[in-house]
Design a protein around this ligand. Structure first.
Ligand code: NAP
Length: 250
């Protein structure tokens, strides 16, 4: 074990929710750098179909739901068998139900949020870390949210799952550091994606007004931070939550 990152060529990434939004950008960037990439989502879109057709040697996609932990573990095992290991996990996929006040949130919605946004990333991290621990190390990036560090109406349970993920990252970094596995959280501010189509123009303007940089993030700017953590430049960073929010939480 040298502590030095392996060259990107041939390294293996597992990315949850790589069909759209931030996950898709990370799939595209890592494939372009020579990584082998395995991703899943509930459904395939044109991007997934085209990439499967064009990059069948390096790209795997399966239909898996975050709530099915057995399927998540099988997905990781199949990836490790197919590509010979796992070097990186990006816990990117999450669900955000239509924003709803806590007093009317059903027990079923609470269960779904906790299963998808917290239990699933934990299960994926455990499956991937077991593979990484038998090799030269690796890294795990958990995609959190500013909802984990500031209160917002209508997202209490989502916020709880993301705050849980940040705590998970810190303690896991302590436990896995000696195995040369780095663990960090990325905390994005608001960016446009399918997850945020419900946000009203009024709320969008309010977010913009409260953001020191005076605008929303471009998803590419969030991907830049994820990309930095993956890069050799971040080889001594672990156990951190990196906030990328234009200053809205400062
Ligand atoms: N957008 C924002 O403003 C914002 C702000 C802060 C943090 N974040 C976080 O950033 C991450 C990416 O968000 P995004 O906006 O890029 O999301 P997005 O555009 O909604 O994409 C989510 C991805 O996850 C997959 N997915 C969703 N639910 C799933 C499930 N139950 N099982 C399997 N796959 C599932 C989706 O595919 P299918 O629907 O086909 O399953 C899709 O590939 C999330 O962790 C989110 O919480 C986003």
């Amino acid at each position: 074990m040298t502590g030095q990152p392996a060259p990107a060529q041939g390294r293996v990434a597992v990315i949850s929710g790589g069909s759209r939004g931030l996950g898709r950008i990370m799939v595209e960037r890592l494939l372009a750098e020579g990584w082998k990439v395995a991703t899943f989502s509930r459904s395939a879109n044109e991007f997934v179909k085209d990439t499967l057709a064009e990059r069948s040697e390096d790209f795997v996609w399966e239909a898996v739901d975050l709530s099915d932990r057995k399927a998540l573990r099988q997905f990781v095992s199949a990836t490790a068998r197919r590509f010979g290991g796992v070097d990186l996990l990006i816990n990117n996929a999450a669900v955000l139900n239509r924003q709803e006040l806590f007093l009317t949130t059903s027990a079923g919605q609470v269960d779904t949020l906790i299963a998808s946004n917290l239990a699933a990333p934990i299960a994926l991290a455990q499956a991937c870390a077991r593979v990484m621990s038998t090799r030269q190390g690796g890294q795990i990036i958990n995609v959190s949210s500013i909802n984990a560090i500031r209160g917002y109406r209508g997202v209490a349970v989502y916020a709880a799952t993301k705050a849980g993920l940040d705590g998970f990252s810190r303690s896991l970094a302590r436990e896995l550091g000696p195995l040369n596995i780095r663990v960090n959280s990325i905390v994005p501010g608001f960016f446009d994606s399918d997850m945020t189509t419900d946000v009203t123009d009024q709320n969008r303007e309010r977010i913009q007004r409260r953001t020191p940089l005076g605008r929303l993030a471009d998803v590419e700017e969030i991907a830049n931070a994820v990309h930095f953590l993956i890069s050799d430049q971040a080889s001594f960073i672990t156990g951190q939550t990196i906030v990328v929010d234009g200053g809205i939480t400062c």
